[in-house]
Design a protein around this ligand. Structure first.
Ligand code: SF4
Length: 297
């Protein structure tokens, strides 16, 4: 199903150290009419799935009205990528699900408040997000997934994190190796772990989660580093049907944005995976070079 990602504005109630829109005007919110116009046009252009993003889309005063409108227009899948804090409010959760919400992806970056709140720079955000998951899980038809940005603050705790998440009955968890964009670019030296070092802990986490119900995917770790676990990787093809609707840009495809920001160094040309691997973030390559990449023969 073709998906449109709609950025509704950049206002947010967290201050994540790795925020990928942290360089935007945080007070900026698109108007309701502008969003509705886009939703209607995108639906006519064949999009049946819509995902709302920010900033933090759930803190808009008119967000329930926007979700209702998306449903009225005909969208079959209506989702949010969210820090999850608003969902701790029982009434908000009930109303947004009744309005048409079908999928929620919570961004949770640690199995403890100490780790998560350090990364979000928002004391109490962990507790609210966890309560948010519990509220949404009361509604059987709503699919819940997790995004977990892997950084130097949390990469040694991936097994603990999977164990913690398992209790909630989550469908799917996506480990995202930190992108060097906006805030993350500014804090990259402090936040980025080495890929090879991260992979040691990722491997342990995957092994320790054997038998868990939550499905794992991994983003932004090159296939040669994932090795025997490369099938868990998302690929550029997964993003081809996803288009991002910014206020100030002409609907770029997500796959094009990613390709712009990544590099496959010269040694990749001899690699068997070259056609399907995204390579490595340019920002990572500038910092650490390509010593860790081992072309697959
Ligand atoms: S050598 Fe390059 S193309 Fe091959 S898997 Fe590694 S990063 Fe990807």
């Amino acid at each position: 199903m073709k998906e449109i990602m709609v950025i509704v504005g950049y206002e947010c109630n967290n201050m994540c150290l790795f925020c990928s829109v942290g360089d935007q005007d945080r007070l900026f919110n698109r108007t309701y009419d502008d969003i509705v116009q886009n939703m209607a046009d995108d639906y006519k252009n064949g999009f049946k799935s819509i995902q709302f993003l920010g900033g933090e889309a759930t803190i808009r005063k008119d967000i329930i009205k926007i979700v209702k409108k998306a449903k009225e227009i005909g969208y079959e899948k209506i989702s949010f990528e969210t820090n999850g804090r608003m969902f701790c409010n029982e009434m908000f959760t009930k109303r947004i699900i009744e309005a048409g919400l079908t999928h929620v992806t919570f961004s949770i970056h640690g199995h403890t408040a100490e780790i998560h709140d350090t990364l979000t720079q928002a004391p109490g955000s962990f507790e609210q997000a966890v309560r948010g998951i519990q509220e949404v899980k009361k509604y059987e038809g709503v699919v819940v997934a997790i995004n977990h940005v892997v950084t130097r603050v949390n990469y040694k705790n991936l097994s603990d994190f999977l164990g913690f998440i398992e209790q909630f009955g989550i469908s799917w968890i996506l480990f995202i190796f930190i992108n060097p964009i906006a805030n993350a670019r500014k804090n990259y030296r402090i936040l980025v772990p080495k890929l090879s070092e991260t992979m040691k802990f990722m491997r342990d986490a995957i092994i320790s989660s054997n038998g868990y119900k939550t499905r794992i995917s991994i983003q932004n770790i090159p296939l040669c580093i994932l090795g025997e676990y490369d099938e868990l990787s998302t690929t550029i093809d997964d993003q081809r049907d996803v288009t991002v609707n910014f206020e100030d840009e002409k609907k770029p495809q997500l796959s094009d944005k990613i390709e712009e920001l990544k590099i496959r160094p010269d040694k990749c040309y001899s690699c068997k995976k070259n056609g399907i691997c995204e390579g490595v973030w340019k920002g990572y390559y500038e910092l650490f070079g390509d010593d860790e990449l081992k072309p697959v023969t």
